[in-house]
Structures are given as C-alpha cells and as structure tokens.
Design a protein around this ligand. Structure first.
Ligand code: GLA
Length: 359
C-alpha cells in the first residue's frame, strides 16, 4: 500500500502502519455503559503511510478521494474523513508529543459506513504510523484511548471504546472479550466448527450520529433516575421497574446484553452462542430501537437458515451490516442462499466478510 504514497507524493514514506476493521458478535451499546463486548477483527484493513512534509501543511490523500485535503494543526478540516486524522494528531499533541507536518496517504479494503469500524481502523492506523515515525512510548491501549478521544472530540460521535480497542488489540482468529470499565481483555475462541459471516443490508446507515448520541443520553438519564453511576452496576431487570418508558427498555437492553456476553464467554457451544445472538437482535430491535426493517429481514433470513446458529445486527445499527455465526463448512451456501432470498424480497445485500469465500 505504500505504493499509493509513492504515486501521490513521488517518494517513499517514512512510516507505514495498518489496522483492521471489526465485527461485534455480542455486546451492542454496552461499551459506553461500562459493560462487556465481544468483537473480532476482520481481515480487511486500512493502511496509513506518512512522510515528513517540507512546509507547514498536512496533506492527506486517499484512494477514495480525487482531491488532496490540506490542513494545519490549528484548523479543523471540514471533511469528516479529515477530522479523524486531524483528531489523532491533535490528541497526540495533547498528551505532549508534537506531530510535525506530514504527507499522509490512506488506502483501505475495508468497506466504509456499514458498521465495521472503518473510522476506528483509520484512527488506529494513523496513530500506529505516527508512533512508529516518532518512536512514541504509547502502548496499544493508550493508542485506543487516544483514538476514542479523537472520534468524540473531532468527529462528534460520543462512542464507547469497543471499536478502537478491537482495531488496536483484536485478532482475526479469536474474539476479544473486553470489559469496557477496566479495559481488561481476554481472547476468546469461537466454538468448534463455527465461522463468522458478515452481510451488508445495502441500506446506508442514517441518523447514526444523532441516534447514537440520543441513545447514550437516554442511558445517562436512566442512570440518573436509578441513582447509579453506570448501567453496568445494575445486574437484575427487576431493579428497573421504577423507570418510565423508554428509559426502562433502553436500560433493559443494556442489562440483558451484558448478561448475554458473560454467558457466551462463560463457555458456550455454537447453539447457545447463536441463541444469545438472536436474543441480542430482538433486544436491539424492540428495546433499544436501533434496527430498521431491512436489517430485521436479513437477520430473519439468516436465523431461518438451517446452517446458521444465530444472527444479529452489528455495530451501532440504523442500517449497515449484520453478523451471523454459522457452520464453517456451509458458509458459502449460507451467503449465496440468504443473499438470493433477500434479493427476491427486494433487498440489495452483499457479502462483507470473509472477503473470499471457500469454493
Ligand atoms: C459504535 C460505537 C461503539 C459501540 C457500538 C454499538 O460502533 O463506536 O462504541 O457503542 O456502536 O455497540
């Protein structure tokens, strides 16, 4: 991918780094409630190549944009894409390391805007490249925290830390069980014979920033009404009975979703994991209200397939992708049959992961 830098700037980069996208198996909208999540890294990655620039401008070029984007350290770029990179550079400055003007090239085979954390992959790859160039004493957890701050402060999404921790620490073989309060992690193997399939509903995510921030606000209000600092501290749904609607349903999703993650990592076979994912989708649809009809349709088709253990929307919701755990030796059939049925019902889905199916 450093070829892209060479073509854009006519020289070799001084540092190159990559970071993966993620798909979340269980634990949706729990991270900003200090709860538990279970993402796994995807094979698709974003690569950031950087070189020291001659002048005072940062110049950002990407395969996805014809025109270069220029910015300076004291002026936030207008384009959302540039804000992620700018935010990372600004956050590194806030913790005491000045980043000199850079030429930056971004290449990626990770689909954007479908809920697979392309923004976190961009942030983590940027921070890794800057860390390598300046030999910064920042570990992978510190990088994830800076990336989260960049997204909150400069892109305006009050996200939790799951995506950045997953992009910084997860691998593609095992899922990353993360406690979002302590940031303790443990790698968790999928049940034997099970594989992860990710399909796009074909519906772009809309309202994701406003809807996401609204949900986060509702959780904070539920905490205030309950007199707790975070919904992580509520273990039983009967503790929520005093809450009015919609706060009771929002909180019920978080409490039951945390329990589902703990149950899954406590030792579950593929059938149990599948049931937990199905229950997660129902809760995201009915209690948290972040699904849309097309995602519900695609998830139902997956759930009805005999080789699928379970399926749910993945990420923030409001459109984008869904994830299924299915029999590893049937993954190509599941993808073809479910996408065919979805098309017959008027949908325009596509395969996102694995990027290449076994033949
Ligand atoms: C987005 C956010 C994450 C998390 C998920 C929902 O991806 O960036 O922090 O809250 O939504 O689980």
């Amino acid at each position: 991918m450093s070829r892209g830098f060479h073509a854009a700037f006519g020289r070799a980069p001084d540092a190159v780094a990559s970071a993966p996208g993620r798909v979340n198996l269980l634990g949706e909208h729990t991270d900003y409630n200090d709860g538990f999540v279970l993402p796994i890294a995807l094979p698709q990655q974003t690569t950031v190549s950087i070189g020291l620039a001659a002048g005072r401008d940062f110049t950002l070029r990407s395969e996805g944009f014809a025109k270069p984007l220029s910015f300076r350290r004291d002026r936030l770029p207008d384009e959302p894409f540039g804000r992620y990179v700018y935010g990372c550079i600004a956050e590194v400055g806030i913790v005491g390391f000045d980043v000199p003007p850079l030429d930056i090239h971004v290449g990626s085979d990770l689909p954007m805007g479908v809920g697979l954390s392309s923004s976190a992959a961009l942030e983590i790859a940027t921070l890794r490249a800057v860390r390598a160039l300046l030999k910064l004493p920042l570990d992978d957890v510190a990088i994830a925290k800076l990336a989260q701050r960049a997204e909150i402060d400069y892109a305006g999404v009050r996200c939790g830390i799951m995506d950045q921790m997953a992009s910084s620490l997860a691998d593609t073989e095992r899922a990353l069980f993360l406690d979002a309060r302590t940031l303790a992690t443990r790698l968790w193997s999928l049940p034997d014979g099970a594989a992860v399939l990710v399909l796009d509903s074909g519906v772009p995510r809309s309202l994701v920033t406003s809807g996401f921030n609204q949900r986060r606000g509702e959780c904070e209000e539920a905490c205030r009404l309950l007199g707790v600092t975070s919904l992580r501290d509520v273990r039983r749904v009967d503790q929520l009975e005093s809450l009015p609607d919609p706060w009771q349903r929002r909180a019920r999703h978080v409490v039951t979703e945390n329990a589902r993650v703990l149950r899954a990592v406590g030792g579950s076979d593929a059938e149990t994991l599948g049931e937990l994912m199905n229950a997660s989708h129902a809760s995201l649809r009915d209690d948290y209200e972040v699904s849309i009809p097309e995602l519900d349709r695609l998830v139902s088709l997956l759930q009805e397939h005999p080789a699928v253990f379970g399926a749910k929307l993945t990420g923030a919701g409001f459109g984008g992708a869904c994830v299924a755990v299915c029999a590893a030796d049937r993954i190509a059939d599941v993808a073809a049959e479910v996408l065919g049925d979805y098309r017959r019902l008027g949908g325009r889905g596509r395969l996102l992961a694995p990027p290449v199916l076994p033949t």
